[in-house]
Write a protein that binds this ligand. Structure first.
Ligand SMILES: Nc1ncnc2c1ncn2[C@@H]1O[C@H](COP(=O)(O)OP(=O)(O)O)[C@@H](O)[C@H]1O
Ligand SMILES: [Mg+2]
Length: 276
């Protein structure tokens, strides 16, 4: 099942014809999970962060956020299973969100645990059957985990409680050095910490901007995975408005055509390697 942006005119609501489903065109080019995993396997992980390169990573993050924003604000549904496996690439290498099995009215409080462990916000692990939770804020949490995997090639944490030391790293620091502390401690960044910190002081304007983008990205993720849902960005609109990382950036912005061409090259390169 699936949905795409309305201007493509391909969301087909069959519920009026007695079916409870949506149609998504065939997506023969695998998914974001496979793409990231294949890149990590080839050892290109040395290039962390932004294993797909900064322009393509930014493009995919803004695109996926835009699709979720459309779903929340225009369709009125929370997805509740956002993850790298549910972002497919169609015939033209356009990313498409799929898997609407858990989707739920955005205005309703939800009393059932829905989603995938590792992507589920803490309120989905404790007390949800009594207190209920907000699907939109649960999606924002899962979106952060998805973005993190896309950028670093590994999950940010495995569980959302204090027994998971990596989840703690995201919210135990409140001062202004919190991003640097994160970089020193988290397995996704600590191998590159000298590089990331040196880059910050580099005279090379490009390297400096790359470091700035990394900091902006980590800051945004820290807010999105706050244990307290009311401390997360409250909507996708707020995500675009309040975080520097989501703003247009002429240094890195690429067109749909350029993104599709980069995705085609990456996916076919890794398909050939996998077939050898
Ligand atoms: N439109 C599609 N084109 C190609 N493959 C698809 C498409 N929709 C789903 N799939 C494949 O089927 C898998 C399962 O579909 P999904 O909708 O995610 O259901 P679920 O994960 O709940 O079983 C996807 O991960 C993907 O590999
Ligand atoms: Mg799925």
């Amino acid at each position: 099942m699936g949905v795409q942006r309305p201007q493509d005119n391909s969301v087909i609501d069959l519920s009026t014809q007695g079916y409870d489903c949506l149609k998504l065109e065939y997506c023969p080019n695998s998914d974001l999970f496979d793409l990231v995993r294949n890149i990590m396997r080839t050892g290109e992980a040395e290039k962390r962060p932004f294993v797909l390169g900064l322009p393509l990573s930014r493009y995919l993050i803004r695109k996926v956020a835009d699709v979720i924003g459309h779903m929340h604000h225009n369709v009125g549904l929370a997805h509740l299973d956002i993850k790298v496996e549910n972002i497919l690439f169609d015939q033209d290498y356009t990313p498409k969100l799929c898997d609407f099995g858990f989707s739920y009215d955005i205005k309703a409080k939800i009393f059932e645990q829905q989603g995938t462990q590792g992507y589920m916000a803490p309120e989905l692990n404790y007390g949800y059957s009594q207190r209920g939770y907000d699907g939109q804020l649960a999606d924002i949490f899962a979106l952060a985990v998805t973005f993190f995997i896309l950028v670093f090639g590994i999950p940010p944490f495995h569980r959302t409680d204090d027994s998971d030391v990596y989840y703690k790293i995201f919210h135990q620091f409140t001062n202004e050095d919190k991003v640097l502390k994160f970089i020193r401690l988290h397995p996704a960044t600590k191998a590159n910490k000298d590089f990331l910190i040196d880059q910050d002081h580099s005279c090379d304007a490009h390297a400096k901007e790359h470091a700035r983008q990394t900091h902006h990205f980590i800051e945004m993720i820290m807010a999105m995975v706050s244990p307290n849902p009311s401390r997360r960005p409250q909507s996708i609109i707020e995500l675009f408005e309040s975080f520097e990382f989501m703003r247009p950036n002429p240094l890195y912005d690429i067109s749909d055509d350029e993104a599709r061409s980069q995705l085609r090259n990456l996916i076919s390169k890794h398909r050939q390697t996998a077939n050898k």
